[in-house]
Design a protein around this ligand. Structure first.
Ligand SMILES: Nc1ncnc2c1ncn2[C@@H]1O[C@H](COP(=O)(O)OP(=O)(O)O)[C@@H](O)[C@H]1O
Ligand SMILES: [Mg+2]
Length: 264
């Protein structure tokens, strides 16, 4: 039995969880929905089970509950990797520690240091530390535009599109490019996604990013500059909008395999 935590942002028209449940059903794998708001992880009765978090609310209660469940169950993705991906600075630190190319980045509380970073690059990007879907991301070119700290700041990489690579079990299995007229190309910000072929460098950098985090599956966001691809972030509860690859089938197969290993 696979226990599934549905993505809180699913809608009838955009139902990631439902797409994977359909594939599990087709494969004859048993599953049920797990509602984190109606269980006590200290008395859940769940042991040696596979739990799949398609998404979780970014709040203390859901993170803690999932973390406790992971003590006696196989949680996909692991709560630790989901939390790591939620933090842009922790993600950056792991990319750097593993030699994965990422834009020059600073995380500072001192306004003087933030201004120095701005002077060094001229154009920088401010990102909310736990941001997603492009929310709150701004271009900063003047000290007056910094706003309140602390600041997670990144050199601006000139681009007209970005790339999202879906990595599952260490392997890049799908990729899209997203194009828009604005700074952020996220689908939720109006970006148009189109499938692209996974080239060798894209594959290498995306798979290295997933390995740096140590995560079952993820969405890796890239930009391309004259020197090649550079990694913006790794998403621990990724969408697969516009992917040509059959991601729900692949995820269902992976979860079924996790379940089988559990029984072995
Ligand atoms: N350093 C950067 N230079 C230029 N554009 C950026 C940079 N960082 C982010 N962006 C744009 O903002 C989008 C969202 O950034 P990302 O780091 O993926 O955060 P989020 O979690 O909000 O998706 C990117 O897909 C890209 O279009
Ligand atoms: Mg992103």
């Amino acid at each position: 039995m696979i226990h599934i935590i549905p993505k809180p942002t699913d809608t009838p028209d955009d139902n990631s969880t439902g797409a994977v449940m359909r594939e599990l059903k087709k494969a004859g794998t048993r599953y049920e929905v797990l509602n984190l708001d109606t269980i006590d992880p200290l008395d859940s009765g769940l042991e040696d089970e596979v739990i799949w978090a398609c998404g979780i609310r970014q709040d203390g209660h859901q993170f803690e509950t999932l973390n406790v469940l992971s003590l006696h169950n196989r949680v996909v993705n692991t709560p630790e990797s989901i939390v790591t991906c939620a933090s842009k600075v922790m993600t950056t630190a792991l990319l750097l520690a593993n030699g994965v190319r990422t834009p020059d980045t600073a995380y500072v509380k001192s306004e003087e240091m933030a201004q120095k970073f701005l002077r060094r690059h001229g154009r920088i990007i401010y990102k909310p530390l736990y941001g997603y879907d492009g929310n709150g991301i701004r271009l900063v070119t003047e000290p007056g535009e910094l706003g309140p700290g602390p600041w997670y700041l990144q050199e601006y990489v000139k681009n007209d599109r970005d790339f999202r690579i879906f990595v599952l079990d260490g392997e890049a299995v799908g990729a899209i490019t997203r194009v828009s007229d604005s700074l952020t190309h996220n689908i939720h910000q109006g970006g148009i996604g189109t499938p692209v072929v996974i080239d060798d460098e894209m594959r290498a950098v995306a798979e290295a990013s997933a390995a740096a985090i140590g995560i079952d599956y993820c969405g890796v966001d890239l930009l391309r500059d004259p020197e090649g691809y550079t990694v913006l972030e790794v998403n621990g509860t990724p969408n697969w909008h516009c992917m040509a690859a059959p991601i729900p089938t692949l995820l269902a197969r992976y979860l079924t395999e996790c379940e089988r290993e559990m029984r072995a």
